[in-house]
Design a protein around this ligand. Structure first.
Ligand code: UDP
Length: 428
């Protein structure tokens, strides 16, 4: 959009790690398409912008790079806390600078802040600017309220399911950010969730009493067209060659690297149970697979460094999803009704896994919560057994159905999106 056609200017601020930026971009793409005269300035680190935009251009979404806070020439050596800590020290100054750049270029002042909920400074910034603050919570509804039995809908959650930083590791910068967020979110004009109300009405209704506006507008999986990244490694034609619901799809998300011993155990379980598999495994993890595993399983297995996960889960050949239970992965599994085997690792994984197994009954947690050969084999056999499979499949189909209804015209997510559009319309 050129300057003359910009009706209002929204600054979007991401938490530039794991799947946070792409989840926020999904929401922004949808809003931008419905509000062509609104300019969205998308502020994230250079690394994250490169990864999620990957050269793609949008009429009214403009990426701006903000400082990641890392020293010049920094080399990542495997400790994920380092870049997060450096980034948390660089906020909010880096975003202020980015916003000024965006305002200068657009020639229009920012009239609204849309931030990842982790960036609670957005509340103060918006207040100082006299503009609305919309917070985007990338997980499901449960995380905004971290306290158990006395929270409606949370009775099955145990303390040990909580992310690090809620009851321990309180010194981590991310822990501090989460606590500040808890205090700040009630001030937000709206809190937007990539979830849908019917997945857990008790929790949503409780949140509605605590926040000004709770808008579940997802699952984004069902509201967006396929992502633009092509199926470079040929996963889909490979899946075409397999029987319905026979293949196990394995992925642990965008950031997590399971310990070598667990990767090896998982490979052994896959081999021994003879289940066909499609494994999204970063190249640097490949050396941890057992010697000869790839060759011995080559007729029924495929390993890729990145899979088009949505299309994979939507494929009829996929029958099991082995996952770290990150929120996007769980929601995608629900969207295509693929039962899960969960090996939760960090952040919200434990909470999601607990909901999957104990509340929704649409998957199982691996024995003792870690990948061993025998425990993983048991889980695979269980999911392939007629009775359990039928039970899980029925439950996940019902959830899928309610998700589809939610995004249809006049469904709960559809109506919430309209409310969000109205709020965006008020941003001047
Ligand atoms: N994903 C993908 N291909 C892969 C691995 C992951 O498309 O090979 C996507 C997946 O569809 C999901 C996201 O990456 O949308 C992972 O998000 P999630 O919340 O599950 O985990 P996180 O990466 O935040 O730990």
């Amino acid at each position: 959009a050129n300057m003359a056609t910009i009706s209002s200017h929204i600054a979007v601020m991401t938490f530039p790690f794991s799947s946070h930026p792409s989840a926020l971009l999904n929401l922004v793409r949808r809003l931008a398409a419905s509000a062509p005269t609104v300019r969205f300035s998308f502020l994230s680190t250079a690394k994250s912008n490169q990864a999620i935009f990957s050269g793609q251009q949008y009429e009214n979404i403009k990426p701006y790079d903000v400082s990641d806070g890392l020293p010049e020439g920094y080399v990542f050596a495997g400790n994920v806390h380092e870049p997060v800590e450096a980034f948390m020290k660089a906020i909010p100054g880096n975003f202020k600078a980015g916003m000024q750049e965006a305002e200068a270029e657009a020639g229009v002042k920012v009239g609204c802040l849309l931030t990842d909920a982790f960036l609670a400074f957005g509340g103060e910034m918006a207040e100082a600017m006299g503009v609305p603050w919309i917070a985007f919570w990338i997980g499901t509804a449960h995380k905004a309220e971290q306290t158990l039995k006395f929270i409606p809908g949370m009775s099955k959650i145990q303390i040990r399911d909580l992310p690090e930083g809620i009851v321990d590791h309180l010194e981590m910068p991310i822990a501090l950010a989460l606590r500040v967020m808890g205090l700040k979110l009630p001030e937000a004009t709206a809190v937007v969730l990539n979830s849908y109300e019917e997945i857990d009405l008790t929790i949503i209704n409780d949140l509605k009493t605590k926040l000004k506006k709770v808008l579940s507008v997802g699952p984004s999986t069902l509201t967006l067209s396929w992502p633009s990244k092509p199926d470079e490694s040929g996963c889909l034609p490979w899946l075409d060659k397999h029987k319905a619901a026979s293949v196990a799809y394995i992925s642990f998300g965008t950031i997590l690297v399971p310990p070598p011993s667990e990767l090896a155990a998982l490979a052994e379980a896959i081999e021994a149970s003879r289940v066909p598999y499609l494994w999204s495994l970063p190249d640097h993890s490949r050396p941890h697979l057992p010697q000869g595993f790839v060759e011995r399983t080559s007729t029924r297995g495929m390993i890729v460094s990145w899979a088009p996960q949505l299309q994979v889960l939507a494929h009829t050949s996929v029958g099991i999803h082995i996952t770290h239970s990150g929120w996007n992965s769980v929601l995608e599994s629900i969207s295509y009704a693929v039962p899960m085997i969960c090996r939760p690792f960090f952040a919200d994984n434990m909470l999601n896994c607990r909901m999957v197994e104990d509340v929704w009954n649409i998957g199982v947690r691996v024995e003792d919560g870690i990948l061993t050969k025998s425990g993983t084999m048991k889980a695979i056999q269980l999911l392939l057994s007629d009775d359990k499979r039928k039970e899980l499949k029925e439950n996940i189909r019902l959830l899928q159905e309610s998700a589809v209804k939610a995004v249809e015209s006049n469904g709960s997510s559809d109506k919430n999106f309209e409310t969000l559009e109205d709020i965006i319309g008020l941003c001047r």
